[in-house]
Every structure is written in structure tokens, then in C-alpha cells.
Design a protein around this ligand. Structure first.
Ligand code: ISE
Length: 340
């Protein structure tokens, strides 16, 4: 049986998922799409036999919908997730689960009332081959205890709607989840340092920033977030451990090295991916396939609503740290048994 998926939100990420489900994912098909911009919804669905709506609720109720992929902007997630729960539909929800911790806590509470998990959160780095290898290396213990992570997260440019807060709750939220997952530790405090902004960033945007996490296992993590670096998409992470260090994202695996003559002189250089859709294409493919396979088996795997809540709580502390310049502790609720 093929899983009929409603894709909610057909912007850059949603349209990419529609294409993926239609062309790459096995055991699933696009049953409906929804976007407030009807032309954009129709464009994403071109050539696919599916329902097209402007209202997410109508798409969830369309014939043949068995599951939902939510790729609308973060503030719209909560309403769609709760509507999906009312219909008992499993959901793959793009990050962030919600931009605020209170909204994410309401999702966690709603799943508890249902007595079962329905949500996987789209922290796709957990499906990236480089991250998977780093996680296996750290878990194997040969490098000893991890002491620090040095992370760099760069986008060529930010979209027009991007705000200073989104550097933390839309971009660094990936490092929040990667830190919790790689180290198996919770983040307990966040500090944000802001250098004089790049003159190439939009005037209202404090870009770049340096975000520091402390964890309950005593590790320290620094994240450079720079969303208008100009030259491409780069995500790097070096884990410094007691007996060695390991680094991913240096371009060995995801880049092409080109040798050519430019202006009569030999040049050697690599290509940098332009954006996350290209850099993490394999990870998105694996993530969606894993979600479809688990859904067929009635399971939820990967990062869940609790991980989405923990990430939102850290992001909220991070936004407060941005505004105040202070070190802000993270206060997590108690983890319910459903997420043990
Ligand atoms: C975007 O939404 C993503 O998820 C990307 O991975 C991240 O690099 C970018 O900064 C976000 O805005």
C-alpha cells in the first residue's frame, strides 16, 4: 500500500519534499498539497495527480490522505499539528517544531493526551552520512569523552523575511539538536556574542553571531552563525575529545574539486553547495524514506516532539541571550514517560 501524504506549505522546502515524495521516496505518494499562495501550490503539484488547497485543514481532509508533511513557516506549525492529531494522522514536521517553548509544550501535551507519539521533527542532520559517522565515532568511545564542539553554520544569503531572532530559532536550532543528539546531553545555558554586523547583511539583521552552549555533561559548544556569508552553504562541526578530534563538513565528501586553467594560470579549487537543499539532499531523502517506512509499520522514529520542545526551550533562551547579552539558563520541563 502506498502512503498518501498531504504536504502543507510549498515554499522552497515544501516544494522540494513534494518533488522528493513524487520521484524518490518509495511506498508513498503526494495525495494533497496546501499553500496560502494558490499559484505556488499549483506549481509544486504540476504533473502530480493530487488535491490542491489553500487551506491546510482542507488538505488534511482530502481523500486518500494517510499522513502529513508540514513545511509551512514555524509559527503556523502548531495549528496544523493539532488538526492532524484530531484526525490521528502521523506527521513529519519541518524544524522548528514551534518557534516558542510554550507552543512545543502544547504539542507534547496533546500527544500525551492521545497516549501515543505521532510526530517526527525534521532535524535532517541526524540522517546525514557525515553526522551519522561522527555520532558513531563519539559513541564508540575511542576518542574519549567529548569536551567541546566547534560548529560553523553559514548560508550564502538570508531570505527577505529573516529576522535576528531567526538566526537562533530557525538556523542555530539545527546545532541545538545536533549537540543534544551527538553528545546525549542537555543544553543548560546559552550566551550570544554579536560582532559588528557584516555590511553585506540586511541593515536590520545582526549577522553574524557567536552562540555558546553549556551542557549538563560539562561540554562547551560554540556556533558561528553567519547567514549572509556570500560564498555558499557550509555546515561544519569539530568534536574535540580527550584523546583526539574529529571534524565533518570540510568539503571532502560533499564537494567537487576542480582543476582548470583560469587566465592562463592553473587553478585548483572546490565547489561549495549553494544551499541546504543541495548540501543535505541525501539526508532529506533518507529522512523522508525512514519516516514513510516507520509510518507503514505504525512506529515513530527519529527526533520527536520532546526533542522539538527541548530545541524550542534552548532557542527561547538563546533569543533572550541575544537581546540581553547575558548568559541565560535553559529551564526544561520534566520529560514525560512517553518520551523515555
Ligand atoms: C533554514 O530554514 C534551514 O533549515 C537551513 O538548514 C539553515 O541553514 C537556514 O539558516 C535556515 O533558515
Amino acid at each position: 500500500m502506498s502512503l498518501g501524504i498531504a504536504v502543507i506549505g510549498t515554499g522552497k522546502m515544501g516544494a522540494d519534499h513534494v518533488r522528493r515524495i513524487h520521484r524518490t521516496t518509495s511506498g508513498a505518494h503526494v495525495a494533497a498539497v496546501a499553500d496560502p499562495d494558490e499559484a505556488r501550490a499549483k506549481e509544486a503539484a504540476a504533473g502530480i495527480d493530487c488535491a490542491v488547497h489553500t487551506d491546510p485543514a482542507a488538505a488534511l481532509s482530502a481523500p486518500g490522505v494517510d499522513a502529513v508533511l508540514v513545511a509551512s513557516p514555524g509559527p503556523a506549525h502548531e495549528a496544523t499539528l493539532l488538526a492532524a492529531f484530531d484526525r490521528g494522522l502521523p506527521v513529519l514536521c519541518e524544524k522548528p517544531l514551534t518557534p516558542d517553548a510554550a507552543g512545543a509544550a502544547r504539542i507534547v501535551a496533546a500527544e500525551q493526551r492521545l497516549g501515543r507519539r505521532l510526530v517526527q521533527v525534521g532535524f535532517m542532520r541526524r540522517y546525514d552520512s557525515e553526522y551519522v559517522r561522527l555520532k558513531a565515532l563519539l559513541d564508540g568511545g575511542s576518542l574519549g569523552r567529548p569536551l567541546m564542539l566547534h560548529c560553523r553554520h553559514r548560508n550564502a544569503s538570508s531570505p527577505s523575511f529573516f529576522t535576528t531572532e531567526m538566526l537562533v530559532n530557525d538556523s542555530v536550532v539545527h546545532e541545538v539538536d545536533a549537540t543534544r543528539w551527538l553528545l546525549g546531553q542537555e543544553i543548560t545555558a546559552v550566551t550570544v556574542l554579536r560582532p559588528a554586523p557584516s555590511s553585506y547583511a540586511p541593515p536590520a539583521l545582526a549577522d553574524p553571531q557567536l552562540v555558546l552552549f553549556e551542557t549538563d555533561g560539562g561540554a562547551v559548544v560554540d556556533v558561528e552563525i553567519f547567514v549572509n556569508c556570500g560564498f555558499g552553504y557550509q555546515v561544519r562541526c569539530e568534536a574535540v575529545c580527550e584523546r583526539g578530534s574529529a571534524e565533518i563538513g570540510t568539503g571532502q565528501e560533499h564537494a567537487l574539486t576542480v582543476q582548470s586553467a583560469v587566465d592562463g594560470r592553473g587553478r585548483r579549487g572546490g565547489e561549495i553547495p549553494p544551499d541546504y537543499v543541495v548540501r543535505f539532499a541525501d539526508a532529506y531523502d533518507r529522512q523522508v524514506q525512514a519516516w514513510v517506512d516507520a509510518t507503514h509499520e505504525g512506529r515513530v522514529e527519529g527526533p520527536g516532539a520532546w526533542d522539538g520542545y527541548a530545541a524550542a526551550a534552548v532557542s527561547e533562551a538563546g533569543v533572550r541571550a541575544q537581546r540581553t547579552g547575558e548568559r541565560v539558563p535553559v529551564l526544561l520541563r520534566e520529560r514525560p514517560a512517553l518520551y523515555a
